[in-house]
Ligand binder design. Sequence first.
Ligand code: 13P
Length: 255
Amino acid sequence: MKRQARRALVAGNWKMNGLKGSRREVSALARRLGAAAFNPKCDVMVCPPATLVTLLRESAKGSRVKIGAQDCHWNPTGAHTGDVSAEMLKDAGAVSVIVGHSERRSDHGETDGMVNAKAQAAYRAGLGAIICVGETEAERKAGRTLRVIGGQLKGSLPENADARNTVIAYEPVWAIGTGLTPTTDDVAEVHKYIRKRVAALLSDETASKMRILYGGSVKPANADELMAIDNVDGALVGGASLKAADFLGIIAAYL
Ligand code: 13P
């Protein structure tokens, strides 16, 4: 176990999965995580669909598991059919919200400017923002990875972002849900670059304290290796966060 420069965060992004929407299963998973989330070396968060935020908040009560959400609108209220505001998520019991996930960027055409506005909405509501960036396979093959991520950071990271209200997640689009992961050298290169860009955009102090998560096919079998890379301060986990044993196996990288 390497010495940690920053307290790690392992966050589960359930995406549009609610374990078949079964209240019993969802509660049981939250309780299992709660019982095991005693780990003093990392924070544990679960980001379920908005419909399950309150249920999970209740189930995780008394434990150290924090509850987040997956997206928010940039306005606090109004005529935006189908959307949920950051204030509503806070009201439901979330402490944080993911913004700019590549699935939002591709499924809903979200731009860096929209992601920036969503992050600011999170701060306004008193939520933390987990801001996602990452290159596509074509961009990596064209040698444009760092340029793409630099541009996403410049556009998506609000000027008033700091290490308390913001976590960055590096998620290569081609590694999400595919079982593929970048080499440890590639992850190290991107995370180092992200910290450098955050220093240039915000400040050296903010950059040294801000957590930068890796996401994309993280599982128990590769968590030790990925979490040991310099400048990797935790994981944003998709598929493997849906099974308690797998999610706990990833958290175990910090035991
Ligand atoms: P997988 O862990 O399923 O690859 O998903 C990663 C992700 O998109 C988390 O936000």
